[in-house]
Design a protein around this ligand. Sequence first.
Ligand code: AMP
Ligand code: MG
Length: 407
Amino acid sequence: MTNALPLSDAQSCVLQHCVMLGTEKIDLLQSLGRVLAQDVCSNRDHPPCDISAMDGFAVRAADLAHVPAQLTVVADIKAGDLPTLTVQAGQCVRIMTGAPIPQGVDTVIRVEDTQEGDAAAVQINVSAQKGKDIRRRAENLRTDEVVLTAGTEINPGALGILSMMKCAEVQVQRRPTVAILSSGDELEGLHDEFDLNKIPDANSYALMAQVQALGIQPTLLGIACDDPAALREKLQQGLQYDVLLVSGGTSVGVHDFVRPTLEELGVQMHFWRVQMRPGHPVAFGTAAQSKVFCLPGNPVASMVSFEQIVSPALRNMMGYTRLYRRTVQARLSQPLKHRAGNLEFVRVTLSRDADGYLATPTGSQSSGVLLSMARADALLIVPSESTALAAGEEVMVQLLDGTSFQN
Ligand code: AMP
Ligand code: MG
C-alpha cells in the first residue's frame, strides 16, 4: 500500500466498491439527469391511427393518374376529429396535420400542390406515390414495446417520452449523500474574519461545485484543524454520509492526521497514492456505510483528482454507464515540457480551426494555481511515458463542463 497505484487501477478499485445504492420513486418533474431504474413499455400506439403529416388534401392516389385532376371535397378533417365517412373515387377531404386519415383515401397532397376552386372542389397539380405524407399508426410508439430501458439517463427527450407514458412518478437510482470536509490550521472559512495570514478555504467550494455539477447537493462540514481530536469529531460526522470527501492533511507531514484518524474510526484504506499529477496523494477507504476519498490540499490537485477518481465513482453509484469525461483529439498550440514517468493533466483552453481543436495551456501549471482550473475548458492528458510535447502535436483532452457550447 506504500506504492503509488496507476490511475487505471485506482479507478477500478473505487468502481468495485462504489456501487449502486438502490432505487427510489421521484416526481417526473424532478427527474432530469437521473438514471431510470426500470424498463418502460409503451402503453399506447402513437399515433393511435394513420394521420396526415401535412396540411393539404387526402386523396386516392389512383385518382391522380392524370394531373391536374379535379376532385370533390367531401369533408374537412382536423386533428382530434374521428372521421367515420368513406371517401369514394373522384372525392377527397381537406385535412390538417395530425388529423386521422379517413377510409377510402391513401395519400396526402400538401396544400402548396393544389389550387382550390369553390368550397367543394380542388385541383390537384401533382401525382404522388400511394402512402405519401401519411404517418402510420404506432410509427412513433407501439403498445407493449420497450421504449426506455433501465439504465437510461433521463435527458429532455426521454423525459418527454416518460410524460407520454403518463409516468407522473419514475423509479430511478438513488443519489449518494455527500459530505465535504477541509482540513488545515491555516484555513480561513468563507464567513470567517478576513485574515491576510490565512489561506481561504477554496476546496470546500470547488469540490461542492463539482459535486453539484453531478446533480448532488453536498453538505459542507467546514474546516477541521490539524488536531487529532477535532479531526476525529468531524470525520465521524462525515462517515454518516454515503460519501465523504476530505481535502488536505493527507500527505505524510507530521501534522497530516487524516489517514491514521480514519483508520482509528474503522475505515479500511485501499490505496494512498496514485501515479498522476497533479493529485499524487489521493487515498480511498471504505467503512461499513461510507466511502471516503482523501484528496490533496492543493486546490488544483484536489479538483483534478476529483475529476479522475471521485466523479466516476459517484456516477457509478448513481447508475450511469458513461462514467468518464468525453475525450477528443486536439493539437497543442505551443510546446509543453514534461517529466517522463508521470501521467499528467494539463489545464487547457480549447479553440477550433479548420483542422479541429487547438489546446493552449492556461498559464502556470503549479497545483496551487487555481486560476489554471478556473480558465480551463479541458484537461490535456500527457501519458506517463511521454517526454516533451512539440507545438502541433496531437493530444487527447478531456472536456470539462461548459464545453458543449461554443461561440
Ligand atoms: P496539505 O495537503 O494539507 O499538505 O496542503 C497542501 C497545500 O494546500 C497547502 O499549501 C495548503 O495550505 C493548501 N490547502 C489545503 N487545504 C486547502 C483548502 N481547503 N483550500 C485552499 N488551499 C488548501
Ligand atoms: Mg495541511
